[in-house]
Design a protein around this ligand. Structure first.
Ligand SMILES: [Zn+2]
Length: 104
């Protein structure tokens, strides 16, 4: 087994190792590997950090307001596209087309 293969295998086992869910045999093997492999030690530290970082739980009130905010902004955007605006855009396009035809 090359060092890279071993590192890949150790990397796969790290989350289970950190959670204490590996066999005694794997546990010793991983500890030995970590003692001599700085790269995997670094990875183990990262896994440990991830496992000890609490997942932020959003405030339920904020979540409710967030959904309301999204719905409001979607409705506001829908109201922006009124028939009057469509006619205004069409009139500008027609005026531009006429200007280009007259100029050519
Ligand atoms: Zn390694």
């Amino acid at each position: 087994m090359t060092n890279n293969d071993e590192c890949a295998e150790i990397g796969d086992l790290l989350p289970e190792f950190m959670a204490g869910r590996v066999s005694a045999e794997d546990h010793d093997r991983i500890r030995e590997h970590l003692a001599r492999c700085a790269e995997c030690r670094e990875r183990a530290n990262a896994v440990s950090l991830l496992q000890h970082t609490p997942v932020p739980v959003p405030d339920p009130d904020r979540w409710e307001h967030f959904v309301e905010g999204v719905v409001d902004s979607a409705e506001r955007r829908r109201r922006l596209i009124t028939p009057l605006r469509i006619w205004t855009v069409l009139a500008i396009l027609v005026a531009l087309a006429v200007a280009i035809l007259l100029w050519a």
